[in-house]
Design a protein around this ligand. Structure first.
Ligand code: ADE
Length: 264
């Protein structure tokens, strides 16, 4: 049976999932704990990427090389960049871009050198399942979460997510990132610090990748406080509901790679 890696950046986002893991077994690799087991009968490995692109790429590579996982799904939080996106909304990634990639004039700004591309696409089937799971999760956690958005109930968006090694915590820096990307016809909905790195690693290995981010802040001057509060109170609950709906809907496919199983 295929093994699905569920990657989160931080412990608070993973705790609920860990508590639900059936037949759990923890294996330590690359200075990290990998929790193998089953969720709703499906084989999974839960892991924490920690923060930033290098940490995320290292974790993704270990999941693929040591645990022979067949697909990677990221759940976590992000800051909103687009005005239509509010705190409490869910953004499912269609593509990822590294907003801090700049090897100009050798390569066009945002292009990953020697890949001839700036954008890394998410897997359509997994993304479709994540969108459905996100709607289902919103329906079940909306009232309990107590995070009524200012003008409307939380909603699900699908689109471009920007990643980079900076926590964006001023309106000026958020606008600067947004304008730079916009000048290259890129309109990100949300910003975080890991997704594009995992997307690139999955691209290298030919593995399907998908990601969903709950919006914790507006990447503005209040982002630091909003982020901490959201993480402590809401993020784990969202991740749990989304992943449970997602895993239940996953087809019980045979593993896609035929590689030898890992230490799970
Ligand atoms: N993740 C959540 N909020 C973020 C922000 N404002 N900047 C970068 N990553 C984030």
């Amino acid at each position: 049976m295929a093994t699905t890696a569920i990657l989160s950046a931080l412990e608070q986002e993973q705790l609920g999932l860990l508590a639900r893991l059936e037949q759990p077994r923890t294996v330590r690799r690359a200075g990290r704990d990998f929790h193998c087991g089953r969720l709703h009968g499906k084989l999974v490995v839960l892991a924490l990427s920690r923060i930033g692109k290098v940490a995320a790429a290292s974790t993704a590579t270990t999941l693929i090389e040591a645990f022979a996982c067949d697909r990677i799904v990221f759940t976590g939080v992000a800051g909103a960049l687009d005005d239509a996106v509010q705190v409490g909304d869910l953004v499912v990634g269609s593509h990822f871009v590294q907003h801090d990639m700049d090897a100009s004039p050798l390569f066009p700004r945002f292009e990953v050198p020697l890949y001839r591309q700036a954008l890394f696409a998410c897997d359509p089937m997994l993304t479709h399942l994540l969108v459905q799971a996100s709607h289902a999760a919103l329906a079940s956690v909306q009232s309990a979460a107590g995070i009524a958005a200012p003008t409307r109930p939380p909603t699900v968006h699908t689109g471009l997510i920007a990643s980079g090694d900076r926590f964006i915590a001023t309106i000026a820096s958020a606008r600067a990132v947004q304008e730079a990307l916009r000048s290259h016809a890129l309109e990100p909905l949300a910003i975080e610090m890991e997704g594009a790195a995992v997307a690139q690693v999955c691209h290298d290995y030919g593995l399907p990748f998908a990601a969903v981010r709950t919006i914790s802040d507006r990447a503005d001057d209040a982002a630091g406080v909003d982020f901490q509060q959201f993480l402590a109170t809401v993020a784990g609950n969202y991740a749990l509901h989304i992943v449970e709906h997602f895993v239940r809907a996953l087809p019980a496919a045979p593993d896609w790679t035929g590689r030898p199983r890992g230490p799970c």
